[in-house]
Design a protein around this ligand. Structure first.
Ligand SMILES: [Cu+2]
Length: 233
């Protein structure tokens, strides 16, 4: 049994494990503190006392939990360090780049044109509500994330990927989908009146289907160079 949508990413299981680790620590803290609070009231029927807080027998009720919680925090930091390093740093080699721009209210997908360079004049731009982002399966895709108007957040639960898109900044991240299919893309930052409609889809497909999709989008005058389109840079 799993609490989460199907994981189709290379690093999603590490993020899920971090969630469970934090859930265990915070769950234990919740149960212990609830017990310490309610036990004297309902079981021991203790009377209320005034504590000055200057004796160790008083201070320990603060000091010991602080030490335990700080210890738990250090364990989480130690475990998550490697995961965040992997997720936040671009891998040495990426197979292709895709530009993603949030706008009120959909995601704009920009693919490099025949020159394989992003943000040049031959880019292929898909800007439509309910539009889909196509990526080839098992390829490392570098994402260049931007926002045109307000803060948005690009979220693909099946990839365990969520990253804010900020106006004026170009944020680079990467994804690698390991399973073909259709998956939901959400905006996870309230960005205006139609935020709830800001929903697109991720289509993970074979490399040949992906290239055919791109060729289909290239305008006729550019078609003669379309053979140059390839996934690997
Ligand atoms: Cu948005």
């Amino acid at each position: 049994m799993t609490l989460f949508p199907e994981d189709i990413s290379t690093y999603g299981h590490e993020i899920d494990n971090l969630f469970y680790l934090i859930l265990i620590f915070s769950g234990l803290a919740f149960i212990i503190s609830l017990f310490a609070l309610l036990y004297p009231v309902f079981i021991k029927r203790a009377k209320a006392n005034y504590f000055t807080g200057d004796k160790w027998s008083h201070v320990k009720w603060v000091a010991i939990p602080v030490i335990l919680l700080a210890g738990a925090d250090f364990v989480i930091l130690y475990v998550e360090h490697g995961t965040w390093k992997k997720v936040e740093e671009s891998p040495a080699k990426t197979d292709l780049q895709i530009g993603i721009t949030g706008r009120q209210w959909n995601w704009i997908f920009t693919y490099p044109g025949p020159d394989n360079q992003l943000y040049t004049s031959d880019d292929i731009v898909v800007d439509e509500m309910d539009g889909s982002l196509h990526v080839p399966v098992n390829k490392t895709v570098e994402i260049n994330l931007r926002a045109r108007d307000v803060i948005h957040s690009f979220s693909v639960p099946n990839l365990r990927f969520k990253q804010d898109a900020l106006p004026g900044r170009n944020i680079t991240r990467w994804i690698q989908a390991t399973k073909a299919g259709k998956f939901e893309i959400q905006c996870a930052e309230i960005c205006g009146i139609l935020h709830g409609k800001m929903r697109n889809f991720l289509l993970v497909e074979s490399e040949s289907d992906y290239l055919n999709y791109l060729k289909g989008l290239i305008k006729p005058e550019k078609k003669e160079t379309a053979d140059l389109v390839s996934v690997s840079k």
